[in-house]
Design a protein around this ligand. Structure first.
Ligand SMILES: Nc1ncnc2c1ncn2[C@@H]1O[C@H](COP(=O)(O)OP(=O)(O)O)[C@@H](O)[C@H]1O
Ligand SMILES: [Mg+2]
Length: 400
């Protein structure tokens, strides 16, 4: 059996999370065995990389791997593409044509988006899977291909099979060995490593100087939910490096480009109509975070832990500080608190959030302290004290 580290190195699959390590371990276990494998996972999670790794570490690695995107081939053509056709099979079939199963003989065929194949074709696929036998379109002669079949899908085949959109028998046949590639948000701890690698690759091959990402920038990226997974992350890293050519990537640059995680808007909060949607969303987020601050403070006091505070040197979008990490009560990770993702907790001090919230609220109310205090739910006296404490006087004046 191939060694896990070696496989990871040679396949280029990045990640230290236990989720991705499990995927890699699975690959080492099944790569060399001549069985079909179903790879599931959202789009952009790396299913094709897994398929390539399976082939690369199989006994068939010296033969080709033929990749077929079943979702991209019109249903009227798919059988001819997969199995080939005989001259005269239909109008326009001027020549005999070999299909992908023939090309892949002795090698591997990777059927991507298998859920998209028409039901009629699925019968034929089941047959090839079971016996290697197939017939070209318009031919009555049985052909044979010695091929290992790897399939992938981002749809829930079980549900599709139950609804009758996918053949049950084929589904059971395919799912025997399933590798599920988790979404990036489920292994967000891998983000830094991925960002670093993508950034290095991209800047090197495009002769762009690379000065790295600030830790706060990476932290903010970890709070986004990456619906397009690693593919989206890679594109994002590349585009930001182009936009900010040669500069060290700061949290502000990220905040400008990245739409934050969708936030359920609290109906009690004022909607900021004079703001762009992004600004409004950000302000709402900050207000909510700020409102939560009090609860967190209370909880901390209940837990009885002490917090080591960090001096704050700069106002940031989502500030960080290496505070002593308090155990987070379970209730805070759940649906009741969708505002802060689990990973973010421990990365921000209440002080930094408070400072930011006060500063922005003051700006919002054109420095009207009474209005700001009311909006923040604190007495004016407290607000004055905080303004002093955080040196906001200077900052606000300096800006206006
Ligand atoms: N773990 C990973 N390490 C490095 N690159 C990855 C990883 N996962 C995905 N990628 C990259 O992300 C992009 C999408 O991967 P791909 O295998 O095509 O995803 P899928 O087939 O699931 O849509 C590719 O550029 C791929 O190289
Ligand atoms: Mg793909």
């Amino acid at each position: 059996m191939v060694n896990i580290e070696r496989l990871q190195q040679l396949s280029g699959i990045i990640g230290n999370s236990s989720a991705i390590q499990q995927v890699i371990e699975m690959i080492t276990q099944v790569a060399e065995v001549d069985i079909s494998v179903l790879i599931t996972g959202e789009s952009g999670t790396g299913k094709e990389m897994v398929a390539k790794a399976l082939h690369k570490f199989s006994k068939r690695s010296n033969e080709p791997m033929v990749t077929v995107n079943c979702g991209a081939i019109p249903s009227g053509l798919i059988e001819s593409e997969l199995f080939g056709h005989k001259k005269g099979a239909y109008t326009g079939a001027a020549e005999d044509r070999q299909g992908y199963f023939k090309f892949a003989h002795k090698g591997t065929i990777f059927l991507d988006e298998i859920g998209e194949t028409p039901l009629e074709t699925q019968v034929k696929l089941l047959r090839v899977l079971e016996s290697g036998e197939f017939m070209r379109v318009g031919d009555s002669k049985m052909m044979y291909s010695d091929v290992r079949v790897i399939t992938a899908t981002n749809s829930d085949l079980e549900t599709e099979a139950r609804k009758g959109n996918f053949r049950q028998d084929l589904y059971y046949r395919l799912k025997t060995v399933t590798i599920n590639v988790p979404a990036l948000r489920q292994r967000i701890e891998d983000l830094s490593l991925l960002v670093e690698r993508f950034a290095l690759q991209f800047t090197r091959s495009n002769d762009i100087p690379y000065r790295g990402f600030m830790p706060e920038a990476t932290r903010l990226m970890k709070q986004y939910d990456w619906p397009g997974n690693v593919r989206e992350l890679k594109n994002f890293v590349e585009s930001i490096l182009v936009l900010e050519k040669g500069q060290r990537i700061t949290v502000d640059m990220i905040a400008r480009q990245l739409r934050p995680v969708k936030i359920p808007v609290n109906p009690n909060l004022p909607i900021l109509v004079d703001r762009s949607p992004e600004q409004a969303e950000r302000e709402i987020l900050l207000r909510q975070v700020f409102l939560m601050r009090q609860d967190i403070q209370d909880m901390k006091e209940i837990i009885g832990g002490k917090t080591v505070l960090n001096p704050i040197d700069e106002i940031q979008y989502l500030p960080h500080a290496a505070t002593e990490i308090q155990p987070v009560p379970d209730s805070m990770n759940g649906e009741n608190f969708p505002m802060i993702r689990g990973e973010a907790i421990g990365d921000m001090t209440l002080e930094a959030l408070e400072k930011e919230a006060i500063m922005r609220t003051l700006q919002h109310f054109n420095n009207n302290r009474r209005a700001a205090a009311r909006s923040l739910g604190m007495s004016e006296r407290t607000l004055y004290r905080k303004i002093d404490q955080y040196g906001l006087e200077r900052k606000i004046k300096g800006r206006s």
